[in-house]
Design a protein around this ligand. Structure first.
Ligand code: ADQ
Length: 749
């Protein structure tokens, strides 16, 4: 609009200049015409009276000449006339002839012809002015045969020409003024109309509606991206950059109209277990997934659908399997799905953990695929999809499907609720396509996952592996620019969302100080005050590299005798998947390795490795983190690994060193850790030695930097980014839906 106004101002100024030039030209041209007409008229008048004039002139009859001149001035445009002799003397003149035009003066002009001879006399006309206005003076020679008698002077009134010029100028001005106004109004009107239609279209696009004018379609994506970016920037500005539960709630409200979130996960966040004394205890399972998602759920509310596996789960839930959690806070529901022993065995232990888990982790365990397990996996996935449909209260719910236990659920939900926003997060690595080829049901798994709107992995490498797998095994279009897989026109975005922890971790609030933790843990473990403590916290899983970790401790004591008798490594190991043979073997071998090393380097009550093989509740786990000098995470392959992040989060005293396997997703983010190859036992043991010898200054610097990273990149940001992306996609899908409807309508009409 401002541009249109600028244009109009320019237009008016231009027209004003044009008007001025035009009026000057018009004035000159009309003046020339008038002068020429008047001169011609003078010649006609004089030649008409020539005979009478010359006869009286010859006789010198000035009275008669005067009356002829008076007769001539009856013409209303001839004001006065005179007759001048050839010698420039006045012969006769009308009464009011202006003395200004004397014969002598005029004779100069009349004779100003090149040879200045009397024969060359010719008519002369010159504009001049009198007090009453401008006049044209004409001097026309009068001849008697060849003999010049003198000349007649006529003074023509040109004021009428001036009046006409003024009127013409007025007309020109009015015409141009009208033109300027009309052009300005039209310009402003056109600008306004097109601005309105543009802004209407932009509003429609921003609201996610289909554009009315087809030419707007190409800019649809640009506008949408711009709007999204502005919204995200605005949000970041408003919230000062930090992601908190409140901000996550706000984001959910703003982007998803506060709709409730449905989570589908195998593991429930609160397990009710009946104890030996018949009392019921609530346990927090040792699971990275639960650690990350539980704070998100507390912030968002909604329903968490999970397998009810606790011995007292049934009796604590209502008849629909629902229970409000967290105990005492009750901000969301857990909906428990009951599975038979066979189902649990086939779906969970069999296909998920003997098939998919080793398939996705490069930890040299051979995947086992049984048709029986696959059938259970399909049935259980259907059961969970049914549970989702029972729990949702709209036809376009937001469902977060978690992990490799539910690869088929996204498609099953999509079939039942086509408008749902389904996000699948795969918490473990995704193998390369060659490795995925081992799985007999790779196509079904990929198809199942592609029912999602967004599929998230911890790292870009896993996203790339997934897209390559789709490219290799399915008929689908890969949109490399968008990192999306498109099937039947519907895209599934594939994005990295590195998972993290709540910040601050609520288990630490009001808990004991690092000094208190250290003294109580030292007392519990019977350590000397000058002892050095290393800690490892894991589910007992072969991917976590616990054996390699113990071997690194052994190598440390072997190569650095100064630590013998002084360094103790405590391993909290939660038994996991113990029904699987490979895990039973692991339990045994870990125990054996620890015993062998303790045998080799133990003295008196000193044991270099303390293996605490049981589940520990989070407050205990955090006490260990806070008491330790070093934490060693030695995973052979790990999607992210939250233990590494928990250790950093626990150290608000900025002490302690993290030694971290390069094969964890966390190693890409916690770059100030001592990053090692856990297979390289010597390198790992050197890193342990470096950690134990590290100055407090260096420990502080490294810890401070990692803590700053975790404070910013916390789990609320993780969930927020995913949900904002989901909201964006939802708007896009709604828009595409409307666009499709619009296109159908316009083609049918
Ligand atoms: P997990 O393999 O379960 O998760 P991880 O990220 O290491 O693993 O988290 C384990 C969680 O269990 C931590 O919160 C830890 O405190 C807890 N824990 C471990 N041992 C315990 C014990 N003995 N007693 C009590 N609690 C214990 C999967 C992927 C990971 C990914 C997470 C989250 O394998 O790569 O980081 O999901 O996406």
């Amino acid at each position: 609009m401002r541009q249109a106004i600028r244009f109009v101002v320019g237009l008016v100024l231009g027209l004003a200049l044009l008007t001025w030039i035009t009026s000057v030209l018009v004035q000159r041209t009309t003046r020339n015409w008038f002068e020429r007409d008047t001169s011609l008229r003078a010649l006609l008048v004089v030649s008409g009276a020539r005979q009478a004039l010359s006869s009286h002139w010859r006789e010198g009859q000035s009275r008669e000449l005067r009356s002829i001149l008076t007769e001539i001035t009856r013409d209303e445009r001839i004001m006065a006339a005179s007759a001048c002799n050839a010698d420039s003397s006045l012969l006769a003149s009308t009464a009011d002839f202006p003395p200004k035009f004397s014969c002598r003066e005029l004779a100069k002009h009349v004779r100003s012809s090149p040879d200045a001879s009397i024969e060359s006399w010719s008519a002369w006309h010159q504009p001049d002015s009198l007090p009453g206005g401008s006049v044209l003076v004409s001097a026309i020679p009068v001849l008697d045969g060849e003999q010049p008698l003198g000349f007649v002077v006529l003074v023509h009134d040109l004021s009428y020409a001036e009046r006409r010029e003024a009127r013409t100028r007025q007309f020109v001005l009015i015409a141009f003024g009208f033109l300027a106004v009309a052009a300005s109004v039209i310009t402003l009107l056109v600008a306004r109309l097109s601005w309105r239609s543009w802004s209407d279209e932009i509003h429609r696009l921003a609201r996610g509606e289909a554009p009315k004018q087809p030419e707007f379609r190409p800019i649809l994506r640009d506008v949408r991206e711009l709007v999204d970016r502005i919204m995200v920037e605005k949000e970041t500005e408003m919230e000062g950059g930090a992601w908190t539960p409140q901000r996550l709630k706000l984001t959910l409200k703003r982007h998803l109209q506060g709709e409730k979130v449905v989570i589908v996960a195998n593991r429930e966040p609160y397990v009710h277990e009946r104890q030996a004394d018949e009392s019921i205890r609530v346990l927090h399972p040792a699971s990275g997934l639960v650690t990350a998602l539980e704070p998100v759920m507390r912030a968002c509310s909604g329903v968490w659908i999970a397998h009810g596996g606790g011995s007292a789960d049934r009796e604590t839930a209502d008849r629909n399997g629902r229970i409000r959690v967290p105990p005492g806070e009750e901000s969301y529901f857990v909906r428990r799905v009951w599975l038979s022993k066979e189902e649990e065995s086939g779906y969970y232990y069999g296909f998920s953990n003997e098939g998919l888990w080793p398939l996705c982790h490069m930890a040299h365990a051979r995947p086992v695929f049984r048709s029986e397990d696959w059938r259970h996996y399909q049935t259980v996935n259907e059961r969970f999809a049914d549970a989702v449909c029972e729990e949702v209260d709209s036809d376009d719910p937001i469902v977060l499907v978690q992990d490799y236990h539910f690869a088929l659920v996204p498609r099953l939900i999509r079939e039942r609720l086509p408008r749902a926003t389904v996000m699948m997060f795969w918490h473990i690595p995704w193998p390369n396509s060659e490795r995925l080829g081992i799985c007999p049901w790779r196509k079904e798994i990929l198809e199942g996952m592609l029912g999602s709107s967004i599929i998230g992995f911890h790292t870009q490498i896993h996203c790339n592996n997934f897209i390559d797998s789709v490219d290799r095994f399915l008929e689908a279009r890969i949109d490399r620019e968008q990192n999306a897989v498109v099937q039947q026109g519907r895209p599934t975005l594939v994005r990295p969302y590195p998972i993290s922890l709540e910040w601050p971790v609520h288990w630490l609030i009001g808990g004991p100080s690092p000094e208190e933790c250290r003294s109580s843990i030292f007392a519990d473990l019977g350590l000397k005050p000058d002892a050095l403590l290393g800690v490892g916290v894991d589910r007992l899983d072969y991917t976590k590299g616990v054996e390699e970790r113990f071997l690194a401790v052994e190598s440390l004591l072997e190569r650095h005798p100064m630590f013998r008798g002084r360094f103790t490594f405590v391993q909290l190991a939660a038994p996991s998947r113990t029904l699987i043979e490979r895990y039973r073997q692991l339990n045994e071998s870990v125990e054996q390795v620890a015993a062998r090393i303790n045998e080799r380097f133990g003295q008196g009550t000193y044991r270099p490795i303390i293996l605490l093989r049981s589940h520990h509740e989070p407050p205990t786990v955090f006490r260990y983190y806070r008491a330790a000098d070093v934490c060693y995470v030695s995973s052979l392959h790990d999607g992210m690994n939250l233990v590494a992040k928990e250790f950093v989060a626990a150290r608000d005293d900025e002490r302690g060193v993290l030694v971290l396997s390069q094969f964890t997703g966390a190693a890409r983010e916690l770059t100030e850790a001592l990053v090692v190859n856990p297979y390289d036992i010597e390198e790992a043991s050197s890193a342990l030695a470096t950690a134990l010898n590290m100055s407090r200054e260096e420990q502080r610097e490294r810890m401070r930097s990692m803590r700053a990273f975790l404070a910013e990149f916390n789990v609320y940001r993780w969930a927020g980014r995913m949900l904002v992306d989901a909201a964006r996609l939802r708007r896009r899908e709604r828009l595409t839906g409307r666009l499709a409807e619009h296109l159908v309508e316009s083609t049918s009409s």
